[in-house]
Design a protein around this ligand. Sequence first.
Ligand code: ADP
Ligand code: GN1
Ligand code: MG
Length: 378
Amino acid sequence: MNRNTPKPEHIKEILSQFNIEGTIVEVTPFGSGHINDTYLLRNESENLPDYLLQRINHAIFTDVPGLMNNVLLVTNHLKTKLSEKIDSNPEKEVLTIVKLKNGSLYYNDSNGDYWRIYHYIPNTKSYDILENEEQAYEGGKAFGRFQLLLADLNASLLIETIPNFHNIEMRLNRFNDAVKADVVGRKEEVLQEIKFINERVDQMKSILNLGKAGKLPLRITHNDTKFNNVLLDKNDKVQCVIDLDTVMPGYVAYDFGDAIRTIINSASEDEKDLDKIKLNIPLFESYTKGYFTEAEQFLTPLEVESLMMGVLLFPYMQAVRFLTDYLEGDTYYKTHFEGHNLQRTKAQLQLLKEIEANKSQLQNIIEQVSKLSQHFVS
Ligand code: ADP
Ligand code: GN1
Ligand code: MG
């Protein structure tokens, strides 16, 4: 689903609702997210903050008040925890919501669209593809710390912003429905991909089954840990975890697997030339090391074991989701050309093939890193 940039007079009306300082002189589309629409708002004065305006995709996030309440709870909790540490700066390390003049967390305009504003965090960068091991290590630390800091937030306060978001059983049910309905007549061209997906159904349910059996704890997880959802500073040090719309209860292997999906891939998520999709194993190792520096404090042995299952599950899960969207006529993700969702599907399945071929090496790395971590719970 793709939506138009709002007209300047509409932007003006939206901005007039919010408690922003200064005068906004420039509004530019920003980032490469697939769901929300993001705009950078440049302030006239260099001494006043720039902002980030987002149109929340309310076809996907149907309970916007609940979602924004989640974001407020999570950011407040993170800021409180960080303010207890001497070497941290909560304002720079956690997203800050800009409220409306009436105190609300979002603006619902006359078209029915929902808008929110965050402080733009200056001198930071997010990467779709990583450049070096330091960045991977920092990313691992960021998401490990994120889980650690949220470990004592009462999960019952959070709503499930997208129910069953990472429930592969539900994803496969919807996929099978889409194959059966074949509403836009695309099934015949994707028979090979459907077969590949169907051959792996049982093994992909392992995390879900362990969770259902009560063997894996539900924790508060991020649930959208692709690498461009962490901001690094100019020295490539972790600054802030962003994109908090899907923070809700989940299994740690989900966050690990989804992050690795973007970190280990030497090409982009939607690479057309499948030969370019190769594993960058040193980046995998660095991310894992960074992750364990924080997560060693709470991971159970079975959670450590489940991490590799997450690494296999996430390219698969994303392929199932992209292909479902392709079969349903491209209604969920933003697409930039005809066949984009199919290209994304093929790239994710190729990545899964590569991961399957190197599974024991990756598993060994996780085991080695976990053994080296001092506080590992045995
Ligand atoms: P989406 O849900 O569409 O992925 P994000 O919230 O991840 O939207 O924002 C899109 C991009 O905007 C991010 O990848 C990042 O580059 C940038 N971004 C988001 N929030 C901030 C922020 N507060 N400060 C600086 N950059 C940001
Ligand atoms: C979407 O919004 P963005 O681009 O960070 C999606 C994720 C997928 C990702 C694939 C709410 O994330 O689940 O992993 O695309 N977000 C939602 O790139 O569906
Ligand atoms: Mg994002």
